[in-house]
Design a binder for this molecule. Structure first.
Ligand SMILES: [Zn+2]
Length: 345
């Protein structure tokens, strides 16, 4: 994992620090998935609540407030995230059943529970922070419940919302927040940070992550089981894939990971593959698999752009279905048979 997301987002960190003494009521950190929004927001919150922050605004990691923060028990801090996301962090040994049932949404009960938190005085420095991640995991009702607090925030309260898909937020929520754009850092900076974190071949993973350094680290870590190499090798074969065998092999890897590797990781990989096929079909530079430009261009030769677009739309459906698959093996087989049809046609 990248140790310090702040060092790769220096200018954003400085901008946040410049507001330390005149904080807005609400900030919306917007940027693509895995770019480091949450890490920045979390570090900013820690630095604000710390009793003796360092000169650069980061938390001291030694005071009582920092200790509480690190153990998730700071009385003036609340983190709202979907149950499934919280479980993922502790799923290493993996109770899969628990994970499957866990909500992918931030629930209205979680937002309502904020009322008590916001209704009492602060315990420490007179600042209270609510971090919501990801904000698009709130449905309409939940967002409306939050809106009440956003419209009339108690004094000394800072809401920080992280979001990769701002168009899915209620406009009324967006308009209450000061927007902070978190763009991907220059590739060279990210690659250096990834290499320092022990990631081999950082360029490959950074490209696959669309330039998001934290997602790149996550992908590189997850790929130790070999799923990405297996999939890439099969997809690069010019005579096509063996859908049923590939589905079987991948199913086994996912199963062995005991919930650590979600099925969606395969679907997202295929989405990126189709994006690059489409780019190649149009004679453009690839985005996610630049190292495979030559082979992908050969595969893309003669592909019907309309079929490719339909294939991509079908993948969007599958991406949704991947959250609660009935049968992983059949799901993967269907996915690859469809891909095979697309390529062979
Ligand atoms: Zn501290």
């Amino acid at each position: 994992m990248i140790a310090n997301a702040i060092s790769i987002h220096e200018s954003i960190w400085r901008r946040l620090q410049s507001q330390r003494d005149r904080l807005p009521h609400a900030m919306l950190l917007v940027g693509q998935r895995g770019v480091g929004k949450f890490a920045i927001a979390h570090a900013f919150a820690a630095g604000l609540l710390c009793e003796s922050p360092r000169a650069d605004g980061t938390a001291c990691a030694a005071c009582a407030a920092c200790n509480w923060f690190a153990t998730g028990g700071h009385p003036d801090f609340r983190l709202l995230q979907p149950e499934a996301l919280a479980d993922e962090e502790e799923a290493a040994g993996g109770d899969e059943r628990k994970k499957e049932k866990a909500s992918q949404q931030i629930t209205i009960a979680q937002v309502r529970a904020l009322d008590d938190f916001l209704g009492v005085g602060t315990h420490r420095a007179g600042l209270r922070i609510v971090l919501i991640h990801p904000a698009e995991a709130m449905n309409r009702n939940t967002a409306n419940a939050l809106l009440k607090s956003l419209e009339e925030p108690p004094p000394g309260t800072l809401f920080m919302l992280c979001c990769s898909e701002p168009l899915r937020l209620l406009p009324t929520i967006r308009s209450r927040c000061q927007t902070v754009a978190v763009n991907p850092p220059p590739a060279a900076i990210s690659e250096r940070a990834l290499a320092a974190a022990g990631v081999a071949d950082p360029g490959r993973w950074l490209a696959l992550a669309g330039g998001s350094p934290l997602l790149a680290a996550e992908l590189a870590g997850s790929a130790r089981d070999g799923w990405a190499d297996l999939l890439t090798r099969q997809l690069l074969a010019l005579d096509g894939i063996d859908a049923s065998r590939l589905a079987g092999d991948l199913e086994k890897i996912l199963k062995d990971s005991r919930g650590r590797l979600p099925l969606r990781i395969i679907v997202e990989f295929m989405q990126k593959w189709l994006v690059d096929l489409n780019l190649a079909a149009n004679g453009m530079a690839l985005r996610y698999f630049p190292l495979q430009q030559a082979t992908i261009s050969r595969l893309a030769g003669g592909l019907d752009p309309l079929r490719l677009a339909r294939g991509y739309r079908a993948l969007l459906e599958r991406r949704r279905a991947a959250e609660q698959p009935l049968n992983v093996r059949l799901f993967l087989e269907g996915l690859f048979i469809e891909y095979q049809g697309l390529i062979r046609h």
